[in-house]
Write a protein that binds this ligand. Sequence first.
Ligand code: PLP
Length: 361
Amino acid sequence: MTHRVYNFYPGPATLPLPALKKAQEELLDFQGTGMSILEISHRSKEYDKVHHEAMDLVRELMRLSDDYKVLWLQGGASTQFYQVPLNLQVQGKAMEYVNTGGWSTKAIKEAKLFGDVRVVASSEEEKFSYVPQNVEFSDDIAYAHITSNNTLYGTEWHYIPKVPDDVPLVVDMSSDIMDKVLDYSKFAVIYAGAQKNLGPAGVTLLIVREDLLDRVPENTPTMQKWSTHAAKDSLFNTPPVFSIYMAKLSLEYLKEIGGVPAMEKINREKAKILYDVIDHSDGFYKGHARKDSRSLMNVTFTLATEELELKCTEEGAKRGLVGLKGHRSVGGMRASIYNAMTLDGVKKLAEFLKEFQEQNQ
Ligand SMILES: *Cc1c(COP(=O)(O)O)cnc(C)c1O
């Protein structure tokens, strides 16, 4: 049998094994074409089907209405940090952001290139250990922006902030898209790099309410306009075919296990198992995130010393529990338990952490 470990890397991250197996099976001869999906034209009817089925799965799993366009873009979520203000700016209107971590900070920096940016709430002074509650945005702004899950710090929004009527709410959902049931219609724009919770690196999902597509200034380069890609269903130029194909396979798997509601149940169970270990460790493991802001996807914690953290990471790896080192900006440890991480993997990790505590306290 193939050797597989439990992969807790933050992204690129573990993918559902059934999706990988399907890709392996189909690699040399994609559905009787005698070619790999990597080798066929993006204008072929075989690829076209994959492309649109992947979009339809997003629509179905997120219960999106026809008011939205679903797009496959390139350049990662980081490209959206500037494409959002570029496509949504309105002369004379401010853009409002909430700063909840490293990725929000980067998004704010890019928006400032385009105009007046106001940070209406921030948890920076508390090392981004929480998500500000009761956040409010002003009337008459171009848009409001939040980062729904803070991958580095392990915090997640557990409410959708209210925005005044006519203010589009934009969200970077790179690391928690489809992790739980949400009323996605509260958002005007949703973007997510695929490599955390959707599929492999190389494709970015953008969901945008159609009425916003004509905001973009006319003298914007063609490829930078969302409207270009919307008009051609993301087939204006060659899309990242393999990444979209893999995303489709992992979304098919999500659908098969019961969709987002079933996934949410598993995710809550997974997160509870790990947070319980932290909470019952008498301070041996310290959670970074405040309890009301804990992420379902990235569980961040520290140990008494860096040496102990390193030892824990290394011993975990020896047991086939890989990728537990925290992000360099936060330190400590992090277990990324995205949709594709199994309950079994999380149980193994919890057992290991308990044993490690017994042997090292
Ligand atoms: C990883 C991540 C990004 C950056 O994604 P790229 O696709 O590498 O540009 C942005 N936002 C969040 C929340 C992330 O987790």
